[in-house]
Design a protein around this ligand. Structure first.
Ligand SMILES: [Zn+2]
Ligand SMILES: [Zn+2]
Length: 263
C-alpha cells in the first residue's frame, strides 16, 4: 500500500490532520471507498444502538451552517470540503467541516486588540480542545518523551484526558487536555517560540506585580501564558479568570524549569 494511503487509514481513526485527509480523499478513490465503508459500519452500529436515522439531519445541518449570505464566499473552502465529504458519505467529516466553520468564525470575530501571542495559545485550544475529538486512549504515550514529565506537575484536581502533539493554523503544539472539577475543558498548550516571540516585551498584563504569568481578556475563554527560553506556554479554559490564572501560576515554575532542559 502506498504510504499516503497508509497514512490516510490512520487519519481516519485519529483525525489528527483532517485538512490533509480531505486532500487525500479528494484524489484517492480507494481511500474514499474505505472511508465510506467505515462510516457505513459505524453508522450501522449507531443505528443498532439508537435507531435514530441521521442522513436527513446531517444534510440539513450542513446547509444551515453554510447558509448565511456573506458567510458563504468567505468560507467557500470549507463549504467545498463539506460538499466533498458529504458525497463521500463520511458522517464524522461533516461535524468536522462544521467545526472548521465555527473555529474560523471564532477567529474572524476576535477583537483586533487580542495579542498575536495569545492568539497562538487560543488557536490550539479552539482547534483541538473545543472542537476536535481527540483519541481518548494512549494519553502520555502520544507525548514526546521529553515532555512527559509535564504530566507530573498537573494539580490533582485536574484530570488529564489527552496528551498529544497537534497542529493548528500552521503551528505545532504539545497539548495537554484536562477536565476540571466541573468537567470543563482546560488546555495546557506548549508552542516553540518563533520570530523572537516573548511575553516580556509584550504589552500584556502580568497576573500580579512581578509575576511571570501574563493574562488577557478574550471572548469566551480565559487565557494565561508564561514562557521558557524556547517555548511559550498557555493555559486556556472556560473556568473563571482566577482559577485559570491560579493553574498557570501553579505550573509555571516547574514547567518552565523542565522546558529549559529541553531547549
Ligand atoms: Zn489513498
Ligand atoms: Zn491538541
Amino acid at each position: 500500500m502506498n504510504p499516503d494511503c497508509e497514512r490516510a487509514l490512520l487519519e481516519m481513526d485519529t483525525l489528527a490532520d483532517p485538512e490533509w485527509l480531505q486532500g487525500h480523499l479528494a484524489g484517492c478513490a480507494t481511500c474514499r471507498a474505505e472511508a465510506a465503508l467505515r462510516e457505513r459500519v459505524r453508522v450501522g452500529l449507531q443505528r443498532a444502538v439508537r435507531a435514530t436515522p441521521v442522513d436527513a439531519r446531517m444534510e440539513s445541518r450542513v446547509r444551515v451552517a453554510m447558509a448565511p449570505p456573506g458567510f458563504r464566499s468567505r468560507w467557500q473552502p470549507y463549504a467545498a470540503a463539506a460538499a466533498l465529504l458529504m458525497a463521500v458519505g463520511s458522517y464524522w467529516a461533516v461535524p468536522w467541516a462544521q467545526n472548521q466553520i465555527r473555529e474560523s468564525a471564532y477567529f474572524g470575530a476576535l477583537p483586533a486588540g487580542v495579542s498575536r501571542l495569545m492568539r497562538v495559545g487560543l488557536s490550539d485550544h479552539v482547534h483541538c480542545a473545543a472542537f476536535r475529538k481527540w483519541p481518548k486512549q494512549g494519553t502520555e504515550h502520544a507525548l514526546p518523551a521529553a515532555f512527559r514529565p509535564v504530566l507530573t506537575h498537573i494539580p490533582a484536581n485536574y484530570r488529564v484526558v489527552s496528551a498529544h502533539e497537534c497542529k493548528a493554523r500552521g503551528r505545532s503544539f504539545v497539548h495537554l487536555v484536562m477536565r476540571d472539577a466541573k468537567d470543563g475543558l482546560v488546555s495546557l498548550v506548549i508552542a516553540r517560540k518563533q520570530d523572537g516571540e516573548t511575553f516580556g516585551n509584550s504589552p500584556l498584563r502580568r497576573v500580579a506585580a512581578g509575576a511571570t504569568v501574563f493574562h488577557e481578556d478574550v471572548p469566551r475563554f480565559q487565557i494565561a501564558g508564561f514562557e521558557a527560553d524556547a517555548f511559550l506556554v498557555f493555559v486556556v479554559s472556560e473556568m473563571d479568570a482566577a482559577a485559570n490564572q491560579q493553574l498557570a501560576v501553579t505550573v509555571a515554575g516547574p514547567v518552565t524549569a523542565l522546558l529549559n532542559t529541553i531547549g
